[in-house]
Design a protein around this ligand. Structure first.
Ligand SMILES: Cc1cc2nc3c(=O)[nH]c(=O)nc-3n(C[C@H](O)[C@H](O)[C@H](O)COP(=O)(O)OP(=O)(O)OC[C@H]3O[C@@H](n4cnc5c(N)ncnc54)[C@H](O)[C@@H]3O)c2cc1C
Length: 592
């Protein structure tokens, strides 16, 4: 357990939207312990020295090598970081596993293999396996002796995972289940030894099982993918495949709980992995921009290129703040228990934050690699340079572990669910705000003083905008809100921008308070530019969603409130971006 988590108060899931936080309440990368730094260094060295040079072999589908690399990573404790020691793991904190995920994200193909091995393939067994199954499989998966995979998706059921057609039936003597069906897009499918498979018992009770490779379980050919070509992805055919009853995960008919809870963790880790990929892409871009000369100068001296490098750094640093703030919340909420079920319940509370991190980081990452290609110019389009692979590899992140659309809709969906069950006082907060909006004189927009006080005011107001949109939507559509996808997507983007702004501001304020003004100065530019731009996006999103829901006097009143909430004097973002880029250009690396 990290010392930092012990000091932090528990911030309940979704409460960031209705409560103010202070720098003390957030965990940041600057709070890493020495042990965290050691884990980061060990993982980075392993990835850079042993895995990245061998990607060409993995891309030729050398799965023996993939096995060997998984085993080497396992020897360093990277697979079983979160697994309790009694099952062969290291029993480290959640932050350590996020750090490992970030470093492994420096190589997307291996990160995918690793994510199936140590994440979605292992965690269902840890959280839902019988004691017998945990003892049998966890040590072997943690050590890399067995390769794991997760088989949920089918050709006809992707986002709609519960529509799966695979079946399971109990044998006549009650000792085992017999599974039949076809799965699709299974990571590690070509060489995994053990699979977490979802199938319907008696054709309707969606359930999870641990299934070992055996006769009757065959994988299809490797899919011809756009990217992450060094990871195995195949279909899986199950034909009268047997698994003992002890290999049922949780209870019959409770598979949805397993599938979705495990995806929460997967989503969060995917965000961390994206962050690692972004840092590497930016680092390479800075170096290339310094080396490449046109018109007698390095291209890094051109304002157009500086603006790109700066925006890449902004998204990377803000994304990082979101990742570690979220893991800090989860860490703090799980610090007092070693019971896997209690841990899982605590993690489930943060489903909205996990989806926010997944959507934001995967999209920031796609932005970063797209700009990387542009900075490399024609060489960005060549497979002989790193940008082309980074660009292709990153695209999948917006699709797997729940598409960006599904995760966007989950953000307001999960917050409303918590509100309806009384776990989050979102609706009273929205009602109070709506009353204030109707009598504008009650609106208090305090002018605070201090570091980033203006930005913090903008972030608090951004949360009010989110509440106004959510409150209006809840009132107008009530139980039919889940059908209003455009409104939900708009609300999700406002909430995500608000969470991003606040996370970055709190991180910079904490840095200022702990490391002093000089150390914090260059981060202030990042936070100010991000907040300035986020407010514009929030305003546009809110206008669109409000105008779709309200009209006449009601809309006019809401737009008047929106103008007050998003009031901001534009800053000189051009100069700020130049300063951000210049720091990196001068040191010839990503320095933030
Ligand atoms: C390389 C790779 C590796 C993968 N690894 C695994 C793995 O290891 N295990 C596993 O089980 N699966 C895996 N998957 C599957 C992946 O999780 C699915 O592809 C993903 O969930 C999307 O499902 P789909 O492809 O069927 O798309 P669809 O669900 O058909 O979606 C198509 C489009 O429609 C949108 N859409 C769908 N439903 C809705 C809705 N209700 N409202 C609005 N829009 C909607 C989606 O957002 C998307 O834009 C992998 C996929 C790939 C490509």
């Amino acid at each position: 357990m990290s010392a930092v988590a012990e000091e932090q108060k528990i911030v309940t899931g979704g409460s960031f939207l209705i409560e103010e936080s202070t720098p003390k309440d957030v965990f940041t990368p600057e709070d890493f312990t020495e042990e965290h730094h050691m884990i980061a260094d060990t993982t980075r060295q392993f990835i850079d020295a042993e895995v990245r040079p061998r990607i060409p072999e993995l891309e030729k589908h050398d799965w023996n090598l993939a096995r060997e690399l998984v085993r080497k990573g396992a020897e360093l404790g990277l697979i079983g970081a979160n697994v309790p020691e009694e099952y062969g793991g290291l029993g480290l904190d959640q932050t350590s596993s996020a750090i490992i995920a970030e470093m492994i994200g420096r190589t997307a193909s291996f990160a995918t293999t690793f994510g199936a091995q140590g994440g979605i393939g292992l965690l269902p067994i840890l959280y839902f396996g019988t004691e017998e199954a945990k003892k049998k499989y966890l040590p072997k998966i943690s050590s890399g002796e067995m390769i794991a995979a997760y088989a949920l998706t089918e050709a006809g059921s992707g986002s709609d995972a519960l529509a799966a057609k695979a079946t399971a039936r109990l044998s006549a003597d009650g000792t085992h289940y017999i599974l039949n069906g076809e799965k699709m897009w299974i990571t590690n499918g070509g060489f995994a030894d053990v699979f977490v498979v979802f199938a319907k018992v008696d054709g309707d009770k969606f359930s999870g099982f641990i299934v070992e490779r055996q006769e009757g379980l065959t994988n299809g050919a490797e899919e011809h993918k756009m990217g992450i070509k060094g990871s195995s992805t195949t279909a899986l055919v199950l034909s009268d495949v047997k698994t003992p009853v002890e290999n049922l995960l949780g209870e019959v008919g409770k598979g949805a709980k397993i599938a979705f809870n495990i995806l929460n963790i997967g989503r969060f880790k995917l965000g961390a992995m994206c962050n690692g990929g972004m840092k590497l892409a930016l680092h390479d871009s800075v170096r290339y921009a310094n080396e490449r000369h046109q018109f007698g100068k390095p291209i890094s001296s051109f304002g157009a290129i500086k603006a790109k490098l700066a925006e890449m750094a902004i998204k990377t640093w803000v994304g990082e703040a979101m990742v570690y703030r979220t893991i800090g919340m989860i860490e703090t909420a799980t610090r007092d228990t070693s019971d896997p079920q209690a841990k899982l319940r605590a993690i489930e509370e943060y489903a909205a934050e996990c989806s926010i991190v997944k959507v934001a980081l995967s999209e920031y990452c796609n932005f970063v690699v797209d700009e990387m290609v542009q900075i490399y110019g024609g060489y960005g389009y060549s497979a002989d340079y790193p940008a082309e692979k980074a660009y292709r590899d990153a695209r999948i992140n917006r699709i797997f572990e729940g598409t960006s659309e599904i995760n966007r809709m989950l953000v307001p969906g999960m917050l409303m669910k918590r509100a309806m069950s009384g776990k989050l006082a979102l609706l009273p907060a929205a009602q109070k705000l709506m009353d204030e909006v109707l009598s504008p004189s009650m609106l208090s927009l305090d002018e605070d003083e201090g570091v980033l006080a203006n930005e913090m005011r903008l972030a608090q107001n951004a949360k009010k905008v989110a509440l106004m949109v959510l409150g209006t939507a809840a009132q107008k559509y009530m139980m039919e809100l889940s059908d209003q996808q455009e409104i939900l997507m708009g609300a999700a983007d406002i909430i995500t921008d608000a969470y991003a702004m606040e996370s970055a501001i709190l991180r910079a304020q904490k840095l200022h308070a702990t490391k002093g003004e000089q150390a914090a100065t260059r981060y202030l530019d990042i936070v100010q530019v991000f907040s300035n731009d986020a407010v514009e996006r929030i305003e546009a999103n809110a206008k669109n969603t409000l105008a779709a829901m309200s009209e006449g006097d009601e809309l006019r009143t809401q737009l008047a409130a929106l103008r007050r909430f998003t009031k901001n004097t534009p800053m000189n973002t051009v100069a700020a971006r130049q300063r951000i880029a210049d720091v990196m250009i001068k040191s010839n690396k990503y320095t933030y």
